[in-house]
Design a protein around this ligand. Structure first.
Ligand code: 3Y8
Ligand code: NAP
Length: 246
């Protein structure tokens, strides 16, 4: 189950190693990055749908390489793999940790991130995608810069907002230019970890901008590794060869 830089790296490694695997997207974006593996797009239909899929598709191993904020999918995968006794491994990148030159305020959730924004009008880079924008209408006094993967289909839920359309991975130079061009004073971001979303934090450090960083949601315990080679080791250790895997 993909949708991250690491999932794409894993897909290439599985393809090169000759594994019989299928890549899964939720279908959140109009044209997701093509993968070198057979690819399915769309939800499974909750835990029952995933249980049914694992059985009918003959899946022998599941690798959850979804984003740390894709907690619903990860929880469903844990439940479905327990029910079907399918070996499950999480491919998880470590959370970002603040360095001495970072001006981060860590918050546990979205609501606290909104509270952490100042009351006096600011220019906020909301680098959290599209799905969780509406709650920021509680602070309409700010100018919001949004970065979306696809053009918004409806009016943005914020009175003073501008969207740039871009799919990462991003670069520190590009993000610094974006922050300067839009005279950004605050950044709100998810503690996604990984390299594909880190650019804005590096740019913020250089510009000494404050970052409100939302901690990732807690997940039930499951076996995880932090790198693609460790996934391949785990698959070999768990008897995977050319069997079906997702
Ligand atoms: C559909 C697949 C690859 C994977 C690339 C990574 C890096 C670029 C950074 C910013 C933050 C954000 C967002 C982001 C990043 C990578 C990675 C990552 C953040 C694609 C992708 C899918 C999605 C879904 C999308 C969400 C949104 C989140 C934008 C493809 C490009 C903000 C998360 O329009 C929407 O509904 C978008 C929804 C979930 C969060 C949200 O709540 O809106 N990702 N992102 C996957 C699917 O359908 O299963 O289209 O190619 C994947 C990537 N997004 O292979 O190179 O590994 O994290 N994605 C965040 O981290 O805060 C952008 O702008 O700085
Ligand atoms: P989510 O809230 O955890 O999951 C909601 C539902 O979306 C799931 O129950 C499942 O539907 C479906 N789904 C999610 N990921 C899927 C996948 N890889 N394959 C098939 N179905 C999937 O998910 P999300 O946070 O919206 O993330 C959706 C996708 O975007 C994932 O691939 C994730 O890796 C990627 N992504 C998310 C973020 C983020 O910030 N959330 C950032 C970067 C990339 P059913 O219940 O019908 O099975």
């Amino acid at each position: 189950m993909g949708g991250t830089t690491e999932a794409s790296q894993l897909a290439r490694a599985l393809h090169m190693a000759g594994f019989d695997a299928v890549f899964s997207y939720a279908g959140r974006t109009a044209a997701p990055l093509a993968q070198p593996l057979p690819t399915r797009i769309g939800g499974f239909g909750g835990v029952p749908g995933l249980v049914d899929y694992l059985r009918t598709a003959g899946i022998s191993h599941v690798i959850d390489a979804t984003h740390p904020f894709a907690a619903g999918m990860s929880k469903n995968a844990i439940s479905a793999c327990i029910e079907t006794k399918t070996p499950l491994l999480g491919l998880e990148r470590p959370a970002w940790c603040a360095g001495v030159d970072d001006h981060w305020q860590r918050v546990p959730d979205l609501e606290t991130a909104i509270t952490a924004l100042p009351d006096c009008p600011a220019r906020v880079f909301l680098a959290i995608g599209k799905q969780t924008l509406a709650p920021f209408a509680a602070k309409p006094q700010h100018h919001y810069l949004l970065r979306l993967v696809d053009p918004p289909e409806a009016a943005l839920p914020l009175p003073d907002a501008q969207a740039v359309i871009a799919r990462g991975p991003f670069t520190p130079e590009g993000d610094e230019a974006l922050l300067r061009a839009h005279r950004i004073t605050h950044i709100v971001a998810k503690n996604s970890g990984g390299s594909g979303a880190e650019a804005k934090l590096i740019a913020a450090r250089k510009l000494t901008l404050p970052v409100i960083l939302i901690d990732r949601p807690a997940l039930p315990s499951r076996e995880t590794v932090g790198s693609v080679p460790h996934v391949l080791d785990w698959l070999h250790h768990h008897g995977a060869s050319t069997e079906r895997g997702v």
